[in-house]
Design a protein. Structure first.
Length: 337
């Protein structure tokens, strides 16, 4: 069992029912989620010893968020209490040709007021094998930008493998601000989740020739990133074709040692809940790496995990390793007897 640390904000999510817009809603469905929390839940479901580092208010919402994590086996011994707000977001569920929409309400949340004095990364990283954080965390406050960098530096000091998901959110910060904050982080990253748009807009890489197909373009961008940051051992992303809010295709990509590997294409219809699909993919990649799988196995497992996440409500993936492997072996739609 590997000890894994994730660092980020757990959020309260309030969602409309399918077919109801936010302006119409008189009831909302409650879930808890957030990028690093979702990855933590997936990895705990995969049998790892996962610790979630964050801060939540010392009230009933903070207790409920902690209960959510503990329900799925995530260790909350590094979950601090304080501040007055649990970050919240509202999801207007998409359907058909109408896209989903998100409204954030997370300013002045408890984690945004976290200070360096409250957290001991030297103690947290003792005996850890992997540390994961995303670009959402440094987007929340200047303090968290500094703490994200410190966390990555401390992880490397302790010999811990590090993972960073760009996870750019335009509603949280500008491309310029994100680029300036992310650049100092990347020299401390071993595993990176990023795609073509991240390469162009956040790393200022020249666009690939238009004559290249999408696989060759991605290879081009990953080669360029590897030149800039030779410390990054793995890069991953997905190709998603959005047919409608209810139907997508999904293919996973994994780059290592200069070679780009692809999963099969999954046809996902109907989509029950797309939120958290990227986090499920990221967790699948991390599990495959620390489990010592081949690149082909890693990307196949991660994409299958993401495809399954689209079939359940809520932010987090609730499937075990055996269930995902069974899905890969048996295909979709069969009755498991």
């Amino acid at each position: 069992m590997k000890k894994i640390i994730t660092f980020g904000e757990i959020l309260l999510r309030l969602s409309t029912r399918i077919g109801v817009r936010t302006v119409q809603a008189n009831e909302l469905t409650l879930h808890y989620g957030g990028a690093e929390a979702n990855v933590a839940v997936s990895l705990a479901n995969f049998g790892h010893d996962v610790r979630f580092v964050s801060k939540v208010p010392d009230n009933s919402l903070g207790t409920a968020a902690e209960s959510h994590l503990r329900l799925y086996g995530v260790d909350t011994s590094h979950l601090l209490r304080g501040g007055e707000r649990l970050g919240t977001y509202y999801l207007e569920t998409g359907v058909g040709e109408r896209s989903a929409k998100v409204i954030y309400d997370r300013k002045y949340s408890s984690i945004s007021e976290l200070t360096e004095e409250e957290i001991d990364f030297d103690e947290i990283f003792q005996g850890a094998s992997l540390f994961h954080v995303s670009g959402i965390t440094p987007a929340l406050s200047p303090i968290l930008q500094a703490l994200t960098l410190l966390a990555l530096q401390k992880a490397k000091d302790h010999g811990v493998m590090t993972s960073f998901d760009f996870n750019y959110r335009s509603k949280l910060w500008s491309q310029k601000d994100a680029a300036n904050a992310i650049a100092p982080l990347l020299p401390y990253v071993d595993i990176c989740s990023c795609g073509e748009l991240d390469a162009i807009h956040l790393l200022n890489i020249e666009e690939a020739p238009s004559s290249l197909d999408k696989e060759m373009k991605l290879q081009y961008y990953y080669d360029k990133i590897q030149e800039m940051y030779p410390n990054i051992t793995y890069m991953s992303s997905t190709f998603r074709q959005v047919i409608s809010a209810s139907a997508n295709t999904l293919q996973g990509n994994l780059y290592t040692d200069g070679v780009l590997y692809h999963s099969k294409v999954h046809h996902i219809e109907p989509i029950v809940d797309r939120v958290g699909g990227g986090d499920a993919f990221a967790a699948g990649i991390l599990h495959g790496i620390i489990d010592g799988q081949t690149p082909e196995q890693i990307v196949s497992f991660a994409t299958a995990a993401s495809a399954l996440k689209h079939t359940v409500h809520g932010d987090c993936n609730v499937f075990s390793v055996d269930e995902i492997k069974g899905f890969i072996d048996n295909g979709s739609g069969r009755i498991i007897r």
